[in-house]
Design a protein around this ligand. Structure first.
Ligand SMILES: [Zn+2]
Length: 306
């Protein structure tokens, strides 16, 4: 009795362990630096996965080193020198471990004016802003912007565009022949050329309609909205992976950029204006050694760009 594994044997503790530590079971597939969340279905709830991960980490390092994951890793960059912001920690005299995000440019060249930011406070600030910016009344608007940007990108490179151009060209050639006919210039050549062009125009129309139907199949407003809403329900680490493209940090402000909109498109010559969607102001506490302790910034500005 009981549930058997793929070898026909009963599940052992080891089988269960392997399932609980494999990211594939929470729907994550990594390929190099890319993370795909749509390749595998999620079988193990994220909350359970994270509890197990933290228990394993605790066992590994003993009770003094709990599982620490820097949620914003690989997503944050310094606003002053553009270098990645990296994780750091230090132990104070009373033995308390303090965790930070600091500029890697400062570590390497010591030239940057970025002041390290407290890990827990910064992460909370980012997460809160994401929830606020993507609230129920904003989500439709964000969906529209993503769809718009998706269509625009597709239109630039698609076969559809080429076909439409070709059809315009054929139509203008037909018009020229029609003008010639109106002026009484009719030869066998013009007649057969006209027939040829009319046939080509119909062929192109069929191809255009086919491409347009493909375009409609590609992605819908509902798909996007569903993706955004389910990303918001995920654990913070997965939510940030799914939604956030990058975060630019300064000493007095942070800029959070949503994925899937046109922040950068190297193949596109058009001027892409990042769209400032939402700004909030929060107080932020930093430890600044030269001041001999904590300082508070009361209006740490956090903006959300789509
Ligand atoms: Zn820097």
């Amino acid at each position: 009795m009981g549930i058997k594994n793929h070898n026909g044997n009963l599940f052992s503790a080891d089988n269960v362990y392997r399932i609980l530590i494999n990211e594939k079971y929470i729907g994550i597939y990594r390929h190099g630096d890319e993370i795909h969340t749509d390749t595998y279905p999620q079988i193990v709830p994220t909350e359970i996965f994270e509890i197990v991960a933290s228990k394993i980490a605790n066992n590994k390092y003993g009770k003094h080193k709990p599982d620490v994951y820097y949620l914003l890793k690989h997503k944050i960059f310094c606003g002053y020198c553009s270098n990645p912001i990296q994780s750091a920690s230090g132990t104070s005299k009373n033995g308390e471990v303090k965790r930070y995000y600091r500029c890697s440019g400062k570590v390497n060249h010591k030239k940057c004016s970025f002041i390290p930011k407290r890990k827990d406070i910064l992460e909370e600030l980012v997460i809160d802003t994401i929830y606020e910016a993507l609230n129920e009344s904003n989500i439709n608007y964000i969906t529209e912007r993503i769809l718009e940007s998706h269509k625009k990108q597709n239109r630039n490179y698609s076969t559809l565009n080429l076909l439409i151009d070709e059809q315009k060209e054929v139509s203008s050639q037909i018009n020229n022949i029609m003008k010639a006919i109106e002026k009484g210039i009719i030869t066998e050549t013009t007649k057969s050329r006209l027939e040829e062009l009319e046939k080509k125009k119909i062929d192109l129309q069929i191809k255009i309609e086919y491409e347009q139907s493909q375009d409609r199949l590609a992605i819908t407003e509902n798909d996007i909205k569903y993706y955004l809403l389910s990303a918001l329900k995920k654990a913070p680490r997965l939510m940030i992976d799914a939604l956030i493209n990058k975060i630019i940090l300064y000493n007095d402000k942070a800029e959070i950029y949503l994925k899937y909109t046109n922040h950068k498109s190297p193949d596109d010559n058009e001027d892409h204006q990042d769209f400032l969607f939402y700004v909030t102001s929060r107080s932020y506490e930093i430890d600044k050694k030269s001041f001999g302790g904590k300082i508070y910034i009361n209006s740490y500005k956090v903006s959300f760009w789509i």
